[in-house]
Design a protein around this ligand. Structure first.
Ligand code: ATP
Ligand code: NMN
Ligand code: ZN
Length: 263
């Protein structure tokens, strides 16, 4: 079964750990001998997410592009980052899933010799289509999985939709995703679609740490790809001022699902 992995996040900035997540997930899935990971998509969140310290999407996208230049299977997609308002992750995944299905349809139509035969097979076995296009799994760290339980952050139907597609979750210091899945009825029901990956070479790289070091003029070399370090320097990104962005506004999902403010 072919699988495409999609990681949604701020990538503010992208770190080596974000890239490691993809490699870890691919090894884990392929080790089951059930899946073949064919592509990885990085989808930086749009500016409408309103997270504190979130710099402009065009810079975050460019850094992700530079970081994935040396990968032959991970790419950056800008659809989410270009939307004027923040888009729910379930909706982002739905958009990419539709694209995968459409690409498969185009491929089938090009293949004119067997098109008629395929159509007849589809009529006879409607579920045949499900196996034809790749599956799309959300790739995330354990903190994101655990955030599914934070009130007013995720809609229950969105969580259901995401775990229905499949989720690959990488362990992160201080997290216990196994326990979290066990304690949630929805996640437990979908436990077979939740792939927990243990990172044995634990590291605490986080974009927050990187931004803090940059503000203090400390080196972040070897935490980020060299090309990203150079870009940050050239563009003079991440200052005390940029960290104050969105300091006084409510995070878009919280604003959307509560009366806390405009979304
Ligand atoms: N060290 C890590 N281990 C496991 N997962 C990680 C790690 N760093 C980031 N991730 C995951 O990468 C995805 C994108 O995360 P995000 O852009 O928030 O990065 P971050 O390093 O957590 O940044 P921030 O500190 O700003 O929250 C999320 O699913 C997050 O859980
Ligand atoms: N309800 C939702 O769909 C929902 C809620 C919170 C975060 N998210 C997403 O999770 C990711 C989290 O990123 P951060 O860890 O950088 O906040 C972002 O891509 C964000 O859009 C989605
Ligand atoms: Zn984070």
């Amino acid at each position: 079964m072919e699988v495409v992995l999609i990681a949604c996040g701020s990538f503010n900035p992208i770190t080596n750990m974000h890239l490691r997540m993809f490699e870890l997930a691919r090894d884990h899935l392929q080790d089951t001998e059930k899946y073949r990971v064919v592509r990885g998509i990085i989808s930086p969140v749009g500016d409408g997410y309103r997270k504190k310290g979130l710099i402009e999407a065009r810079h975050r996208v460019e850094m992700a592009r530079l970081a994935t230049k040396t990968s032959d299977w991970i790419e950056v997609d800008t659809w989410e980052s270009l939307q004027p308002d923040w888009v729910e992750t379930a909706k982002v995944v739905r958009h990419h899933f539709e694209e995968l299905k459409a690409a498969q349809r185009d491929e089938d139509e090009d293949d004119t010799v067997s098109y008629g035969k395929k159509r007849r097979m589809e009529e006879e076995y409607p579920s045949i289509n499900e196996a034809k296009h790749p599956k799309l799994f959300l790739l995330c760290g354990a903190d994101v999985l655990e955030s599914f339980g934070i009130p007013n952050l995720w809609k229950p139907e969105d969580v259901e939709e995401l775990v229905g597609h499949g989720v690959v979750c990488i362990t992160r210091g201080g997290s216990d995703p196994e326990k979290f899945v066990h304690q949630s009825d929805v996640l437990w029901r979908h436990r077979r679609g939740i792939h927990l990956v243990r990172e044995w070479v634990t590291n605490e790289i986080s974009a927050t740490h990187v931004r803090r070091s940059l503000r203090r003029g400390r080196s972040v070399r070897y935490l980020l790809p060299d090309a990203v370090v150079t870009y940050v320097k050239e563009e003079q990104l991440y200052s005390a001022q940029s960290e104050q962005k969105n300091a006084d506004v409510v995070l878009a999902p919280l604003a959307r699902y509560t009366d806390a403010g405009p979304s």
